[in-house]
Design a binder for this molecule. Structure first.
Ligand SMILES: *[C@@H]1O[C@H](CO)[C@@H](O)[C@H](O)[C@H]1NC(C)=O
Ligand SMILES: *[C@@H]1O[C@H](CO)[C@@H](O)[C@H](O)[C@H]1NC(C)=O
Ligand SMILES: *[C@@H]1O[C@H](CO)[C@@H](O)[C@H](O)[C@H]1NC(C)=O
Ligand SMILES: *[C@@H]1O[C@H](CO)[C@@H](O)[C@H](O)[C@H]1NC(C)=O
Ligand SMILES: *[C@@H]1O[C@H](CO)[C@@H](O)[C@H](O)[C@H]1NC(C)=O
Length: 418
């Protein structure tokens, strides 16, 4: 049995470090060298409660420009490029294919290929600005407060939304003409949904999604589902059922995306996320064909398979950005003595869906692997804010890489009985 350790909470609160404002003078933004840019303004904040209700708050133009100043985004002008994407023909078709796959049937989906305007992920400046948009802002809701999209009733601050709380929340940016919308999802630390009294449930969900077999790390752990069959064997169907029954992670993301679509019906939507928010962004990219950039995400390929999301013929519209000293993105925050293990989390998955940009901070900056290297602020301040010599040597602005291919290699999954 594991008990929460207060020290660890301290360590986790590191994950939410705001950017020091002294940085403003040191890193003025160079103007992008091409004119293929879009200008975004912060429009809304979003937050979800532990019961997965999604709330929005409008950001008034004055507050928006103040927020932009404080978060070092004087003008959010993002470099774009055409991105080839594949979308399911409809949400109904996608859901049907998903349900058929759950029942062992193969469903054919008539994926639609198209080219949309996406972020230019070959440019360092683009990644830097997207990372900043995903970081913290100091805005508080305007006079309208928080509202339910459906009934527009004003409410107080939803549970799980305090400036330094780790809820499932983020921002919505849009161009002046509403043609392109950027949805950011912040999940700086576990848990992603809620906080306080719901933490145990969230921990359970994360462990279902990103651990090999119900977070059964050692004999001393209380697993979050009963699928372990002894001797590194795990019942696959059992894990999938547990995930579908318990996890609000993916359905909440789908609701959020649909909410944004109903606010901006004809917009091209990008989804940008950090950490668990990045993993969720990627799953939404698979589901909706939206261009995605995920910073420091845990491996979400296994979660996608366990959720039976139909795989699109191409996943190049999804880009992952991480560095090698981050144990969450590397899938090495495992074992009972790791920081994650001590907190009762097993972040064991390592494989991602999409293109990979990997900063080898372990080799090139001699960093050691630790959880305090995971925050978006680390990525912004110490990685993306200056040129990366190892990439420039190859004539690139960002270091492209390949992903790992095997998750949970020591486990056997199948129809094992007890
Ligand atoms: C972009 O720059 C090119 C060459 O400098 C110019 O011909 C073109 O009109 C510009 N496009 C826009 C939208 O400003
Ligand atoms: C918005 O999200 C809520 C969940 O918070 C969901 O019940 C509702 O159907 C969504 N609205 C739209 C228009 O998609
Ligand atoms: C928000 O909407 C949901 C259903 O859409 C409802 O259950 C909930 O009570 C509403 N919350 C508030 C505070 O109005
Ligand atoms: C863009 O969307 C906002 C709602 O967020 C709306 O108030 C505004 O009128 C829209 N602007 C245009 C040009 O459609
Ligand atoms: C960075 O590390 C790679 C090995 O991963 C090495 O090949 C490269 O020379 C290093 N570059 C710099 C600038 O340190």
């Amino acid at each position: 049995m594991l008990y929460p350790i207060p020290l660890l909470n301290l360590a986790l609160s590191f994950l939410n470090i705001f950017l020091p404002s002294s940085d403003v003078a040191q890193h003025p933004h160079a103007k992008p060298t091409t004119n293929n840019t879009l200008n975004f303004r912060l429009r809304h904040m979003h937050a979800a409660t532990s019961s997965a209700h999604i709330y929005f708050a409008d950001v008034l133009p004055e507050a928006s420009s103040l927020a932009n100043e404080l978060t070092l985004i004087p003008s959010v002008s993002i470099g774009t490029s055409l991105v080839r994407t594949t979308r399911p023909p409809s949400q109904e078709a996608f859901t049907t294919a998903r349900h058929m796959s759950k029942h062992g049937q193969n469903a054919w989906l008539d994926w639609e290929e198209s080219e949309v305007l996406g972020p230019d992920v070959t440019r360092r400046e683009t990644l830097l600005l997207l990372a900043k948009m995903t970081g913290n802002t100091y805005v508080t809701p305007g006079s309208n407060g928080w509202y339910n999209l459906t009934d527009k009733w004003n409410v107080g601050m939803p549970v799980g939304w305090e400036p330094d709380d780790d809820g499932f929340r983020g921002y919505v940016f849009a161009t002046e003409d509403n043609s392109t919308v950027v949805l950011t999802i912040k999940g700086t630390s576990v848990p992603i949904i809620g906080g306080g009294p719901t933490t145990e449930k969230d921990k359970l969900n994360d462990n279902l999604l990103f651990s090999c077999c119900c977070a059964r790390v050692t004999r001393g752990w209380t697993p979050v589902c009963g699928c372990y069959r002894g001797d590194w064997k795990c019942n696959q169907e059992c894990v999938e059922t547990a995930l579908i029954d318990e996890s609000l992670f993916y359905p909440t993301g789908v609701n959020l995306y649909n909410n944004i679509t109903s606010m901006y019906p004809s917009a091209n939507i990008w989804v940008i996320g950090h950490s668990l928010g990045g993993a969720l962004a990627s799953l939404l990219g698979i589901t909706f064909g939206a261009p995605v950039v995920a910073f420091e995400p845990p491996g979400e390929r296994m979660a996608s398979q366990r959720l039976h999301l139909p795989s699109p013929p191409s996943i190049h519209h999804i880009t992952h950005v991480w560095h090698t000293a981050d144990p969450i993105a590397m899938g090495t925050c495992t074992g009972k003595l790791s920081t994650c293990g001590i907190a009762g989390y097993a972040m064991e998955s390592r494989c991602h869906l999409g293109n990979i940009i990997e900063y080898d901070t372990v080799t090139n900056l001699s960093w050691s692997v630790r959880l305090t290297n995971h925050p978006i602020a680390t990525v912004i301040e110490h990685i993306l804010s200056k040129p990366w010599p190892a990439a420039e040597e190859k004539g690139l602005e960002v270091p492209k890489s390949k992903d790992r291919t095997i998750d949970c290699f020591q486990w056997e999954f199948g129809n094992f009985t007890l």
